[in-house]
Design a protein around this ligand. Sequence first.
Ligand code: SAM
Length: 275
Amino acid sequence: MDSYLEINRANWDDRAPAHAASPDYAVARFVEDPEFISNVVAFDRARLGDVSGLRAVHLQCHIGTDTLSLHRLGARMTGLDLSPASLREARSLAARAGAEIDFVESDVYDAPRALGGRTFELVYTGVGALCWLPSIARWAAVVAALLEPGGRLFIREGHPMLWTLADKRPDELLVVQYPYFEHSEPTVDETPGTYVQTGVVFEHNLTHVWNHGLGELVTALVDNGLRLTMLHEHDTVPWEALPGQMQRVGGDEWRLSDRPERLAASFTLQAVKDS
Ligand SMILES: C[S@@+](CC[C@H](N)C(=O)[O-])C[C@H]1O[C@@H](n2cnc3c(N)ncnc32)[C@H](O)[C@@H]1O
């Protein structure tokens, strides 16, 4: 039996080239327009504040579009990801965009060693990142190790309540099917396709994922010496997370079509490692 890392790496390696070729990740726009930034980072911008000059690491950077966007906002970026194929796309994009960004291949849990013990003023992550990690406590310890005193974590992520929901049902009810709290056994899924427009047929479709409750996340950060400075819940999420039940609302945000006030679809959290 392969480990969850091998299973998930194969899934992401398969998808990275298709993501880079898809209009949804807008790679061509990044190359053509030196001012262009991703919808994800554009959404974050008001909460992020000024990042110019900050030494920052983007955990689970995938094909580097958000990493490049943060570079364009003036941060000095390092991107880290498990998937070599994702990093190939990220390095190619940065080269074509003329951006100096360091990309490092590593499991998040091994990041402090892979990054040579370097520390950062900003740790940025999210949008489909935490669900690949079995333990939120281990992740929070990594974030704390990567931050220098006074540095901050910025994460916008799918809300743990969103990850509990069943696929669309004929009666259109939102039904809680999957765990909300962290659970030692992964949710095992085998879904062909991906979350962007593509005609590519993938070979590796198996994934192992975990949910982490919002309280578990906050507690893990506090236990590792971080101080919560922001927790905003949003009724939108930057991909069509519940296909057939969401509508696009400006940029690339998606919200429940019917009574969106029922669901926190994503959240933004910031926390500081005090000096
Ligand atoms: C949905 S993508 C990240 C989303 C990113 N916000 C984006 O859309 O570009 C998830 C990324 O997490 C990476 N990943 C999954 N498990 C990981 C792990 N244990 N350590 C490091 N990266 C991991 C995958 O390779 C993939 O590139």
